[in-house]
Design a protein around this ligand. Structure first.
Ligand SMILES: Nc1ncnc2c1ncn2[C@@H]1O[C@H](COP(=O)(O)OP(=O)(O)OP(=O)(O)O)[C@@H](O)[C@H]1O
Ligand SMILES: [Mg+2]
Length: 255
């Protein structure tokens, strides 16, 4: 049997006496688009921080395509193909949008940067990166902002550039923390549709945190994991989530 893109098993994270993540287990398959939803403070971002190696988990394990990365450093986990974005976007504010996308990932160049840049193969690779960057901006519908400084962008636009940066690393597993927060409704839906297509086309394991239940239910994700106080309340496809009694009581009201 092939391993899932991401396997999280019994993941727990304590901050002193506070158990922020309480024995969470789930998987995301390659080519699967999964939503992670739950109320403020229920442990969604902490789950991302543990998976991506930013925080050391208290117990449990994380595997990326069958590779145990539980005790690996964040940069090692990224090298296995897992990329994540942060809830609070961090762009290079004095650089343009396109420059933000083109900042090379670590270890892209040989130790001598100048010699590396002069090599024809490097120039070709850089040209390809530029083409990729414009394709990514087009997909996110912000290609007209390519030469704007990041400091000029709205919160929603910054979020989109941040997704773009994550996509530039050609991730095999992509974790997006509230990627469309602050993005106007119709555009947010379009971006989700485009991410859906990309997930299938590139066979990415995609896990997206979203805080709006109505929104996630109509965006065509394959599966939704509903978290409450550090635990999984339920998981299922959008129809199953819509009909789940616990979810109805917690989110949807008894209409
Ligand atoms: N570094 C930290 N140190 C101590 N407590 C933390 C830390 N990070 C998160 N917490 C706490 O852990 C709990 C879960 O926080 P987390 O940020 O994971 O929630 P969330 O589901 O992402 O919430 P939101 O929807 O507001 O983004 C909260 O009670 C939070 O205050
Ligand atoms: Mg969060």
């Amino acid at each position: 049997m092939t391993s899932p893109a991401l396997q999280v098993s019994e993941l727990t994270k304590d901050f002193g006496g506070l158990r922020a993540v309480d024995g969470i287990s789930f998987s995301v398959g390659a080519g699967e688009f999964v939503g992670l939803i739950g109320p403020n403070g229920c442990g969604k971002s902490t789950t991302f921080n543990c998976i991506s190696g930013l925080l050391e988990s208290t117990s449990g394990s994380v595997e990326v395509f069958g590779q145990d990365v539980t005790d690996s450093r964040a940069d090692q986990i990224q090298a296995f193909g897992l990329t994540r974005t942060f809830q609070h976007t961090r762009l290079w504010r004095e650089m343009t949008v396109i420059e933000n996308l083109l900042v090379p990932p670590r270890d892209q160049f040989a130790p001598n940067l100048i010699i590396s840049l002069l090599r024809p193969s490097t120039r070709k690779a850089e040209k390809q990166r530029l083409i990729n960057a414009y394709e990514v901006l087009e997909m996110l519908e912000i290609e007209h902002m390519a030469h704007n400084l990041a400091s000029e962008l709205s919160g929603g636009q910054s979020k989109l550039v941040d997704i773009g940066r994550a996509l530039m690393s050609s991730p095999r597993v992509l974790l997006l923390d509230e990627p469309v927060a602050g993005v106007a409704g119709p555009l947010a839906e379009k971006i989700f549709q485009n991410l859906r297509t990309l997930t299938s086309e590139r066979n990415i394991g995609m896990l997206v945190i979203e805080h709006n239940m109505d929104f996630i239910l109509r965006t065509g994700v394959d599966r939704i994991i509903v978290v409450d106080v550090g635990r999984i309340l339920m998981e299922g496809n959008p129809d199953e989530v819509r009909q789940n009694q616990d979810v109805i009581e917690a989110y949807l009201g008894d209409t």
